[in-house]
Design a protein around this ligand. Structure first.
Ligand code: PGA
Length: 250
């Protein structure tokens, strides 16, 4: 049965322009439907579009988020960087941290922990991404990897009600491959177990990300432990994005 409080996070990655924002009109309409009352849509466009996007959707029930942040909390001489203070000023309420595409570029668990703390300091809600590589899954060390990412990423963070976990097997991102429901359920339950051991709120959401599309959304939504999706490629096409939402909540 589908969860009654689903999150749909559109991760535009390094794509998009102001015309694409116009196309979000149809999504705004959906967000106003009565049956959508308890669900949430969060658009995460590139930094350069945050403010424009926020102005467009601020009167709707759609939220805006950034895709990354600098770990520093104060302003400073960091050419080309954007920190959580600057993100907050755009009107964004959410921030994706720890995405595997940034881990690949050098984000360690230590840096991710600093980024999460900096975002929480600005009262932004963090979408904290974790997930194993294909080789790690093959070696059957998925649990070990997830545990390390969660515990190190959340070191020193006591109040974590503003954190949402997004479980994204790296081998699934952009590949069209998704885990079976059995595997996914098992991994989500394991993540919940780790969160419980850290005394995290039972209400902390766990999303799934990786090749979510209109064809597999219904099947994925059958896993009641999943509280929503982080959608990359398919979120760039508003028709596909709407289809995913409809298939999930209907
Ligand atoms: P994808 O991206 O939907 O294109 O696989 C997911 C993600 O960014 O986590």
């Amino acid at each position: 049965m589908t969860n009654n409080n689903m999150y749909f996070v559109a991760n535009w990655k390094m794509h998009g322009n102001t015309n694409d924002i116009e196309r979000s009109k149809s999504i705004i309409k959906i967000s106003k439907l009565k049956k959508f009352k308890n669900h949430k849509i969060i658009y995460c466009p590139p930094y350069t579009l945050l403010k424009t996007f926020f102005d467009k959707v601020k009167k709707s029930r759609i939220f805006v988020g950034a895709q990354n942040t600098h770990p520093g909390t104060e302003f400073g001489p960091f050419t080309g960087s954007i920190n959580s203070k600057l993100i907050k000023a755009t009107g964004a309420k959410y921030i994706i941290i720890g995405h595997s595409e940034n881990r690949k570029l050098g984000d360690t668990n230590f840096i991710i922990n600093k980024k999460i703390k900096s975002a929480l300091k600005e009262k932004l809600k963090v979408i904290f991404c974790i997930g194993e590589k294909y080789s790690e899954r093959k070696k059957k060390i998925t649990n070990l990897v997830l545990k390390k990412q969660i515990t190190k990423g959340l070191i020193g963070i006591k109040k974590n009600e503003n954190i949402i976990i997004s479980y994204e097997p790296i081998w699934s991102i952009g590949t069209g491959l998704i885990p079976t429901n059995v595997e996914l359920k098992k991994n989500i339950n394991f993540i919940r177990k780790i969160l419980n051991s850290l005394k995290a709120s039972k209400k902390m959401k766990i999303l799934y990300g990786g090749s979510v599309n209109p064809v597999n959304a219904k099947q994925l939504a059958e896993i009641s432990e999943i509280n929503g999706f982080l959608i990359g490629g398919a979120s760039l096409n508003s028709k596909k994005f709407i289809d995913i939402i409809k298939k999930t909540i209907n």
